[in-house]
Design a protein around this ligand. Structure first.
Ligand code: ATP
Ligand code: MG
Length: 1622
């Protein structure tokens, strides 16, 4: 078939196909195919362009299409899935409109970076974006380039890593047109290099350093070069307010990778500059400025200096005011000036030198102001020209000479020197060239100084470097001159390098995959380069012409025409009109150069005479500047860059060098190299360097000329895309197999193109069957080893088939579903009608039934009514008959009743009368019988009375009575005798009491003398004891008083005894009286009755007396007791001064002095008490007096020890009133002091309790008790307490600090979480113990201070030591906490992303690891190792460990909360950076994972930690929310209220629509973007990972009792001894 290719190509063009059409303003416009007609050979395609609302028609013939391989068919639009893809190389249809469309779309979404294969395309946003912070750097650090969104940092990271890992030097070439953002990008890259090592270190190390704050001095210096280079080499132009007017290649040198993580530092840097635009110094087009430094000087120099330099405002200088602009909006020149000086200082330029530099700058400005007038065709300068004077003074040159050689010139011929006058124009040119020369020398001097300062640390050639080339891109203006020629030449060379690089990479992949291929030629630009730099090329001709004295632009152009204006030369063109220009066909565009000024610019010199004037300057600095020697070649220390520099030299310094005889080289005037030559040489060297490095490309693009944020001028961008070679690379890759995919990915996406029976598990086989079936042309694909390769467009074709296939399937499914739906609906309707019929019939039947029932009921009612009526009538008749009958019967019965009643009444009357008669008779008979009986009995009684009267008159009865009375008197006298005995006993008692009183008195006098002796002794004592004496005096006083009181008491007692004696005597008398009376008694028996009464009264009196006596005794006892209590009280008030603990607890054994008198009552002897008090007092004040008080010989204890020990004694003393008199106990104390002072104890604590402690592992079976966990803290605490008790606070402090050091060493090893958790817990417990001790100590100290501040200083020493220990412990605790957290975070770091973001636990929502994007060909990432389960297990284990170690609740919370915060923040940040990942399914998965985490938090009682997961959760929700209408956007903003607009915007722009999910429309993205702009202040993209809340140390609780538990399995002899002693 002759037209097979054409028809095949046309097949793709079906109705609705979208294709691109060129447009003058928009670049390309999209049209939809509406009709397609192929009529024989004729082809007609009609497209409708929506935006223009018009149709365009494409007409051609099959033969024509066949001839050019269907190349002129309208380029096709890519499938929607590829919209906004981040790598242009993945586009299936790779052509200009597709590239433009994609970049435009991405730019609208504010994605300014896009890859195009190896190139990073960077669109200038003209707006500050939150894309360059440290957190973003951290995200990119260590990541693969394809893992995250395209970014400068990804490229920088790639270079950085391959430098470290492969040990190869790297270059990053940043190019683009003016204002595209090259310098800015280079700056960010440099900042990345300066920071990245710290970032990686930070995640590695445990140091708490802020990530951005600590870049080293050298890194600072490297960064400081930017402001310097920019103020001297940048200026405001129409295209860019900060346009670099020179090219720069900066090599940053790194140290050798060291350490486990290959850490490298910046060790130095070297700068090479290219082509400083000299003409800017003397001329600026309108609205442009001169170099920034001049304006900075005018605005920022201090007034005094300004005056000295003769500086005024910028308007007054001709060199500054030609552009008419002196300020740049948004730039403060004065502030910039400060930055510049700071930068100069940073790189080590002394202040004096800085002022010399500024002096030269000022002089240049004055040179510009020198007025050259014309006098008869000859130039002239007034002698007193102010500017001339100022300039010459500042430069220290001879004014007259300088003036002379500006207005005159000298021509040297073989024989003589001729001086001729110059015209005004020539003189002005001469003046300006001097200025230009000085400035360019100054610039080169600066570069040299910078290089000298950056070449530190003995840089060697073996050091690796990364070079950043910031060089002007291809330029094409209306009028192009020598500069553009050079620039384009440089770009031509770079492009060649680039092409070769791309070509090589492409080739490498094909070779690696072993596919058959033959490369189609790509546009090699070698001929064009040859045209410029080859032998007898343009540069050669230019040089040749420049060297001729009579060289002129005119002759040069003729030569060029002659040499290159031949048909064989394809890259050179002679313009049709005019003789002053030539055109070169560059790779990007044809550029026509204007020959005018070529020669002049190429030569660019000052005359020898002017040079001599400058060299004769008195200003040493100027001489130094214009005389920079090329640096000696220091091969061993100079890095490649510098070496090259020294050989080639800077453009200008070779000028300078060669302009004067070189003394060392025989003084011969060398041939002056021209600018062209120099540039060519430096370029060649640059190429050499670049070729030795691995190159990375960044192409900056300026999206609009107005510098407006996010405006897109399609034509301008297209122009730049062409110029930067992106389209060229695309063309290269299109020539091969641009699309590729791994077999697995391919099969996974396109398996549906073949029937299911062909689905084989082997991806390659399946791929083979798919492509074999679908693609008929074998040339369109190639099967490699791991990948399948396609020609351009094939993937789009496959994608189209896939979409169609899917559509078919969808239709099939829809059809079936619809059928099912309708069937269901029909069935439902049928059921319904049947139901209605049933209902109607039911109704009718019911109606009939009711009627029948009613009829029957009526009949029944009638029947009953009738029955009722007849029955009623019958009953009426019957009732009447019965009534009549009853009446008659009643009458009959009444008559009968009357008769019966009358008979009954008669019978009753008869009965009553008969009873009355019988009763009357009975009464009469009984009365008569009683009368007879009475008479008989009276007669018998009278007889017995008479007999009894005679008997009563006999004497015997009286005697019996008397006998009874006598026995009673005997009884009474016995009682009297008893009472006598008793009174004798009482008398005895009184005497013993007296004896006791005497004894007491004696005792008291003894005490008195003792106290007197004590007083005397005290008075002998030194002055310092005066107070003590005073105290004792007071004691004595009180004792004397006491004595007096007790004497008074004794007297009172004596009185009482006397009184009692008197009473006793009275009683005796009475008793005698009674005796007498008794004796009298037998005689007066008759008085017995009265005596008995007297005896009774006496008895009563005796008992009364007895009672009185006993009461008197009791009263005495009571009063004694009162007195005793008074004594006891006074004693306690005295003794409480010595015995704080003693109040009222008096348990001394009874001394028995008063016992005889008072019975068994235990009363402490006052003297004993006083003795004790004295002993205690003496012991406290003067330990020496022990012997005196104790009455024992002084113990052989060392004084010092006894002094130290005394505290212990007191402690014991004060606790119990038992005084220590026991020597054994002293020795015991002594021994424990020795144990405590032994170094072995400390070693044992450190070794056994800390370093080699076998930490009890947290287990589920046996739960260790608090005691078993906290024993180290408590044992250390016990030891500490013992040390304090023994007054060894210094020892305690050193022991504690060593112990803490040991703990720190142990915990900082991070061997296991157990160790950290255990010690964190224990340290906290120890802190509590210390705090409790401290409180106790403070209490005691307070008490002691009240007692008398004797020991004040000692106490505060202990307190100070404790305070120190406590603060140290605080620090240790915080350190362990932070250290551990850091360690935990490190461990979490590689778990978070796989577990929270990548882990897919919900089976129904699995998406491919790549995020479902089929475009990520061949880059299937490794499956994640960590699942959410593992993460939760990790956390649970941690939580359990802490629980088992009884970690303080608030600490546990803080640790877990912080970890959850890190999880939330890291996961969120990662999500924001992750490319091709954010799909709906991912949202669901992440939500699930987060909910698992939340569940975990609530179940572990840290619900508040879930707050930290909210941002992540909302981000995940955002992915699952609807995103189709503006309302949806509102909803999103409402739901995701925690996310700021920038984050939402980013997430939405990252959102990737998987199959059948509609991608976000650009309109919606615009809405979001506008909202983001409104809220610009909250413009942070990533959450701050470092912003950890401070550790809030929980308040130590009081430890009531220090456990003295020593685990059985531990062998701790020393500690046990201490524990036992305590
Ligand atoms: N990544 C960026 N983010 C924000 N603004 C940028 C960015 N890149 C460039 N710009 C803006 O664009 C301006 C020009 O950038 P830059 O000076 O880097 O351009 P250039 O390519 O070096 O131009 P020239 O060739 O004239 O030196 C900057 O001053 C800045 O305002
Ligand atoms: Mg720049």
């Amino acid at each position: 078939m002759a037209t097979a290719t054409a028809s095949k190509a046309l097949e793709v063009y079906t109705k609705g196909t979208e294709a691109w059409f060129p447009d003058e303003t928009e670049g390309w416009l999209m049209g939809k195919l509406t009709t397609k007609t192929i009529d024989g050979d004729k082809v007609k395609l009609v497209f409708h362009i929506d935006s223009l609302r018009k149709d365009v028609t494409f007409e051609s013939t099959l033969t024509k299409l066949e001839a050019n391989k269907a190349a002129d068919l309208p380029p096709l639009q890519n499938p929607p899935a590829l919209d906004g893809i981040d790598d242009l190389a993945m586009l299936s249809y790779l052509h200009e409109p597709a590239v433009l469309h994609n970049i435009r779309l991405r730019y609208a979404q504010e994605n300014i970076y896009t890859y195009s294969g190896i190139v990073l395309i960077a669109m200038n946003p003209f707006q500050r974006l939150a894309l360059y912070g440290t957190d973003i750097m951290r995200e990119y650090s260590g990541k693969r380039r394809d893992e995250l969104e395209p970014h400068l940092f990804a490229v920088a990271e790639e270079a950085y890593r391959s430098m470290i890992q492969e040990g190869k030097n790297q270059s990053i070439i940043v190019s683009g047109e003016s204002g595209a953002g090259k310098t800015q990008s280079a700056r960010y890259i440099m900042r990345y290099f300066a920071t990245v090592d710290n970032l990686t270190k930070n995640t590695r190390n445990t140091e708490t350093t802020s990530s951005s704050g600590n870049i080293s001095e050298i890194e600072q210096a490297v960064l400081a070069t930017n402001p310097i280079m920019e103020s001297f080499g940048n200026s405001k132009t129409t295209r860019n307010d900060n346009s670099s007017r020179f090219g720069k290649y900066m090599e940053i040198f790194f140290s050798k990778p060291s350490g486990p993580s290959n850490s490298v530092r910046i060790t130095g840097a070297a700068i090479r500059t290219y082509l400083l635009e000299r003409s800017r110094l003397i001329f600026q087009p309108p609205t442009e400025r001169n170099y920034h430094i001049f304006y900075q000087l005018c605005a920022g120099a201090p007034a005094a200096e300004k005056k000295e330099l003769g500086l005024t405002s910028w308007e007054s200088f001709f060199y500054l005011n030609q552009g008419g602009t002196g300020t740049v909006p948004g730039v403060d020149d004065a502030a910039e000036f400060i930055d510049t000086t700071k930068g100069l200082s940073d790189i080590g330029v002394a202040l004096a030198t800085q002022w010399s530099i500024f002096k030269i700058c000022a002089a240049l400005l004055h040179i510009g102001n020198i007025k050259i007038t014309a006098r008869r065709d000859e130039a002239d300068i007034a002698d007193d020209d102010e500017a001339l004077v100022l300039a010459c003074t500042l430069l220290g040159i001879d004014k007259r000479e300088f003036k002379k050689w500006i207005v005159k010139k000298q021509i040297i011929t073989r024989s003589e020197k001729i001086v001729t006058a110059l015209n005004q124009y020539a003189a002005t040119v001469g003046r300006d060239s001097v200025a230009k020369f000085i400035y360019s020398m100054l610039f080169d001097w600066l570069v040299k100084v910078i290089n000298q300062n950056l070449a530190r640390e003995g840089m060697s050639t073996t050091q690796k470097f990364i070079g950043v080339l910031d060089i002007y891109g291809f330029e094409h203006f209306k009028k192009n001159s020598f500069e553009q020629f050079c620039i384009n030449y440089a770009n031509e060379k770079l492009q060649q390098e680039f092409n070769a690089h791309v070509f090589k990479l492409e080739q490498e992949e094909y070779v690696a995959e072993k596919i058959n291929w033959s490369f189609i030629d790509f546009n090699d630009n070698q001929p064009c380069i040859d045209l410029i730099e080859g032998k007898l090329g343009i540069l050669d001709l230019l040089d040749e012409e420049s060297r001729l004295p009579s060289g002129a632009d005119g002759t040069l152009i003729t030569k060029l025409y002659q040499r290159f204006g031949v048909p064989t030369q394809k890259f050179f063109e002679k313009p049709r009109f005019g003789q002053s220009a030539f055109t070169i066909k560059h790779y990007a565009n044809d550029v026509t150069y204007d020959i005018e000024g070529f020669i002049e610019k190429n030569k660019d010199t000052v005359s020898d005479e002017q040079m001599a004037v400058l060299n004769a300057s008195e200003f040493e600095f100027l001489k130094e500047v214009i005389k920079i020697e090329p640096e000696p070649v220091k091969a061993e220390v100079t890095p490649v860059g510098i070496q090259i520099e020294s050989q080639v030299g800077f453009s200008a310094n070779i000028d300078a060098l060669d302009m004067q005889p070189r003394p060392g080289r025989g003084g011969a005037v060398a041939k002056k190299p021209t600018l062209g030559t120099i540039f060519k040489a430096s370029l060649v060297k640059l190429m050499e360097t670049i070729r030795q490095t691995e190159v990375h490309y960044i192409r900056c693009i300026k999206p609009n000329s107005a510098k407006v944020a996010f405006e897109f001028e399609p034509q301008m961008v297209l122009q730049q895309l062409r110029a930067c070679g992106v389209l060229e690379t695309i063309r290269i890759s299109c020539a091969g197999y641009p699309s590729r995919s791994t077999y697995a990915d391919f099969a996974d996406r396109y398996y549906l193109l073949v029937p299911s029976k062909e689905w084989k598990p082997d991806a390659r086989v399946l791929t083979q069957s798919i492509v074999g079936k679908v693609i008929s042309d074998e040339d369109k694909y190639q099967m490699g080893l791991t990948k399948v390769f396609f020609r351009a467009g094939q993937l789009a074709f496959l994608e189209k088939l896939r979409t169609e296939r899917q559509r078919e399937c969808v239709i099939l499914i829809q059809k079936n579903i619809r059928r099912a739906v309708y069937q269901k609906r029909y069935n439902r309707m049928r059921d319904a009608s049947i139901r209605i019929q049933t209902a109607a019939r039911t109704y009718q039947a019911q109606k009939l039934y009711r009627h029948k029932r009613e009829t029957r009921a009526a009949i029944k009612i009638q029947r009953n009514v009738r029955m009722w009526l007849s029955r009623k009538r019958y009953e009426k008749i019957r009732n009447a008959v019965v009534r009549i009958q009853s009446h008659i019967r009643m009458l009959k019965a009444q008559a009968l009743a009357k008769e019966i009643r009358e008979r009954n009444a008669a019978t009753r009357i008869q009965k009553i009368w008969r009873g009355y008669v019988v009763r009357k008779w009975y009464k009469q008979t009984s009365r008569r019988m009683v009368l007879i009986q009475t008479c008989v009995r009276r007669r018998k009684a009278a007889k017995a009375y008479k007999l009894l009267k005679a008997e009563a008159r006999s004497v015997g009865k009286l005697k019996e009575t008397n006998f009874k009375l006598e026995s009673k008197v005997v009884e009474l006298s016995q009682a009297l005798k008893d009472s006598k005995e008793e009174s004798a006993k009482l008398g005895e008692k009184v005497t013993s009491l007296e004896a006791q009183v005497a004894q007491w008195k004696e005792k008291f006098s003894k005490v008195d003398s003792a106290s007197k002796a004590a007083t005397a002794d005290a008075s002998h004592g030194s002055a310092e004891l005066k107070k003590e004496l005073h105290d004792l005096q007071a004691v004595k006083d009180s004792l004397t008083k006491e004595n007096e009181k007790s004497l008074a008491m004794l007297k009172k007692r004596d009185d009482a005894v006397a009184r009692l004696e008197a009473e006793l005597a009275a009683a005796r008398e009475e008793a005698a009286k009674l005796k007498e009376e008794v004796q009298k008694a037998p005689k007066v028996v008759q008085q017995t009755v009265e005596d008995t009464a007297t005896v009774n009264a006496l008895k009563k009196e005796v008992s009364n007396l007895r009672e009185q006596l006993s009461r008197a005794l009791a009263g005495k006892y009571r009063s004694d007791r009162v007195a005793d209590a008074a004594i006891a009280e006074s004693r306690t008030s005295i003794s409480s001064d010595y015995h704080p603990y003693q109040n009222g607890i008096i348990t001394s054994p009874s001394s028995g002095y008063l016992n005889g008198y008072m019975g068994e009552r235990p009363i402490p002897s006052m003297s004993t008490q006083i003795e004790m008090d004295m002993a205690a007092h003496a012991a406290k004040n003067k330990p020496r007096r022990h012997s005196y008080v104790e009455g024992a010989p002084a113990s052989p204890v060392d004084r010092a020890v006894s002094h130290r020990k005394s505290r212990a004694n007191i402690a014991i003393d004060t606790r119990a009133p038992i005084p220590i008199h026991d020597e054994g106990q002293v020795l015991e104390t002594e021994r424990s002091v020795r144990v405590l002072e032994d170094k072995a104890l400390e070693d044992e604590i450190i070794d056994a309790l800390v370093t080699n402690l076998r930490i009890p592992l947290p287990s589920t079976q046996t739960v260790a008790t608090r005691k078993e966990i906290f024993f180290p803290a408590h044992l250390i605490g016990t030891t500490m307490n013992q040390l304090i008790n023994h007054d060894l606070s210094g020892r305690m402090q050193s022991l504690m600090s060593n112990v803490m050091k040991a703990i720190q060493n142990l915990t900082m090893k991070f061997e296991d979480d157990y160790v950290s958790a255990f010690w964190l817990s224990n340290c906290y417990e120890l802190l509590c113990v210390v705090k409790s001790t401290q409180e106790k100590e403070a209490r005691e100290a307070g008490r002691r201070r009240i007692q008398g501040g004797r020991r004040g200083s000692d106490t505060s020493e202990t307190e100070r030591a404790l305070e120190k220990v406590r603060t140290d412990l605080d620090y240790l605790l915080i350190e362990i906490y932070h250290g551990w957290i850091k360690e935990l975070k490190k461990r979490l770091a590689n778990m978070i992303v796989p577990a929270v973001i990548e882990n897919q636990s919900l089976p129904g929502y699995i998406c491919k690891q790549s995020g479902g994007l089929w475009g990520k060909w061949g880059k299937s990432s490794a499956s994640s190792q960590f699942t959410i389960e593992q993460l939760l297990n990790f956390l649970s284990k941690l939580s359990k460990t802490m629980r088992c170690y009884y970690m303080e609740d608030s600490m546990t919370r803080q640790i877990l909360t912080e970890l959850l915060r890190v999880i939330g923040v890291s996961a969120f940040n990662h999500l924001l950076m992750r490319k091709n990942f954010c799909t709906w399914k991912r949202g669901v998965q992440i939500q699930y994972n987060v909910s698992r985490l939340e569940e975990w938090c609530t179940s572990h009682g840290i619900a508040e930690a879930t707050l930290h997961l909210q941002q992540l959760l909302q981000a995940a929700k955002l992915l699952t929310l609807n995103k189709t209408s503006p309302q949806d956007i509102e909803t999103i903003f409402d739901v995701c209220f925690l996310l700021n607009p920038t984050q939402i915007k980013k997430l939405l722009s990252l959102y990737y629509a998987a199959d059948f999910d509609s991608p976000l429309s650009p309109e919606l993205l615009k809405i979001v973007a506008s909202r983001a702009v409104l809220n610009e202040k909250s413009d942070v993209l990533l959450l701050d990972l470092e912003q950890a809340p401070d550790f809030a140390k929980p308040n130590p609780h009081t430890v009531d009792q220090i456990e003295r538990f020593v685990p059985a399995w531990m062998n701790l002899p020393h500690i046990s001894a201490v524990v036992a002693a305590s």
